[in-house]
Design a protein around this ligand. Structure first.
Ligand code: FAD
Length: 410
């Protein structure tokens, strides 16, 4: 069987960044990335695609082009894990051995959990920014809508980028306000959860926009069915089921752990890779690490989190390969740039326990307030940093901190 020093499962944000980080630190190691897709997506850009700000193509590069120099790309899906034998088996039945393993398969969008959704997504006014091929449809619906009912939904946690359901809504409302049609559109947010945003410091600024746009907020209201032809959506609420007619609906799908992990010895109860939340090392297998949306760590599932986690996994994995212990720690940093209007963002940045972890001094960017500079960060700087920094192993502003410091912060 083929055998590598390091095998990485998943060539998404976390997997590629970790491979690049490891190879930058030790180019002599043999590193293989198991990833079936031929495209790599910058998913944070899809919010901007849905608002007509980014071209869809700018969010997609070929997988070949993001593979770090020196890494071997195994173009297959991982099918099962044999951690006792230091081995991964692919969908084609190939066994691949490793000295250390990184598991980063993201999470899975569970479209089928909502009755009728998969059949009608992308038509009949039913859209989602959570897919490359439907994010442009959001923009088509928004710019053509002049009156009627627009619904935006948020499923139970955990989801990737918990702010994205709201971002789609605010940017749509901003367009309708600008075109003078917002008064003719009933906008409602249906959130399975009980609060607008999980970290309370950001809620006042968001509530300001909810009021400005006249949004009807519904909490503990979970989308369970969509009928595209009839243009109705059904929600489960405390008092029973409610069916509403819509002209457009933006759906954020429920999200679950990938089966390949959930069915393996690596999983926690929820099916995610069970790692220590500070060292990102697996709690039962010291030569296995997990990061990104597929990890069990209770941070905000964002590319921003993966950007901070990747160098920590790299440093700790290299230490373990040399017979040592993990040395670097993760404080739970994640970031959610909430696009409250075209040109302004509430830049949520926080770690474990909702502790605010701003990257900038308050005089430059106060994350709890809408700011133009944050919009420039999201629209100009972050995509560039993603493609040219994070995926290339350039770790600007993400120096791994010692474990003790991260534990204190966490
Ligand atoms: P992914 O990037 O999803 O990559 C997982 C990879 O694993 C994929 O390439 C997949 O093909 C592969 N894979 C899956 N199963 C297997 C298998 N069995 N074998 C091998 N490979 C496999 N983040 C932010 O920081 N800021 C934002 O503003 C933001 N906005 C977002 C808006 C939207 C609409 C969406 C959808 C996401 C947003 N995110 C944002 C979240 C961000 O995109 C994710 O958190 C990030 O991509 C997670 O990286 P990952 O590597 O864990 O997973």
């Amino acid at each position: 069987a083929a055998r590598y020093d390091v095998v990485i499962v998943g060539g998404g944000a976390g997997g590629i960044a970790t491979a690049a980080s490891i190879l930058k630190r030790d180019p002599k190691l043999s590193v293989a990335i198991i990833e079936p897709r031929t495209e790599h997506y910058y998913q944070p850009g899809w919010t901007m695609v849905g608002a007509g700000v980014f071209e869809p193509k700018s969010t997609c590069h070929s997988m070949a082009s993001v593979m770090p120099k020196g890494a071997t790309w195994i173009r297959e899906a991982a099918q099962s894990f044999q951690p006792e034998q230091d081995q991964v088996t692919t969908a084609n039945g190939r066994a691949i051995g490793y000295r250390a393993l990184v598991v980063a398969p993201g999470n899975v969008l569970d479209w089928d959990a909502i009755d009728g959704l998969a059949a009608t997504l992308g038509q009949n006014g039913v859209t989602s920014n959570y897919r490359y091929d439907t994010a442009p449809y959001t923009w088509e619906l928004v710019r053509n809508l002049r009156e009627g009912v627009a619904l935006f939904t948020q499923p139970p946690m955990p989801i990737k980028c918990a702010g994205a359901p709201q971002k789609a809504m605010y940017l749509s409302c901003d367009n309708w306000l600008e075109r003078g049609v917002l008064n003719n559109i009933d906008v409602a947010f249906h959130n399975a959860g009980g609060v607008l945003f999980g970290v309370k410091d950001y809620v006042p600024a968001l509530m300001g926009y909810v009021e400005r746009y006249g949004i009807d907020l519904n909490f503990e209201s979970t989308l369970i069915a969509v009928d595209g032809a009839a243009k109705t959506a059904t929600f489960r609420e405390k008092t029973g089921e409610v069916t509403r007619a819509f002209d457009m609906i933006h759906v954020t799908p429920p999200q679950i752990a990938p089966r390949v992990v959930a069915d393996s010895l690596l999983a926690d109860k929820a099916g995610y890779v069970e790692v220590d939340q500070v060292t990102l090392q697996h709690v039962r297998y010291p030569n296995i690490f997990g990061l990104g949306d597929g990890g069990s760590t209770p941070n905000a599932k964002t590319a921003a989190a993966a950007r901070k986690q990747a160098p920590i996994v790299a440093v700790n994995l290299l230490s373990v390969l040399k017979g040592g212990e993990p040395v670097a720690g993760y404080d739970g940093y994640g970031s959610c740039p909430l696009t409250v209007e075209k040109g302004k963002i509430v830049l949520a940045e926080f770690g474990y326990g909702g502790k605010l972890l701003p990257s900038f001094p308050k005089w430059l960017i106060d994350g709890t307030q809408p700011a133009r500079l944050s919009w420039l960060l999201k629209s100009e700087a972050l995509p560039w940093i993603y493609w040219n920094g994070m995926l290339k192993g350039h770790e600007w502003l993400v120096k791994p901190q010692p474990i003790e410091r991260a534990r204190q912060a966490a």
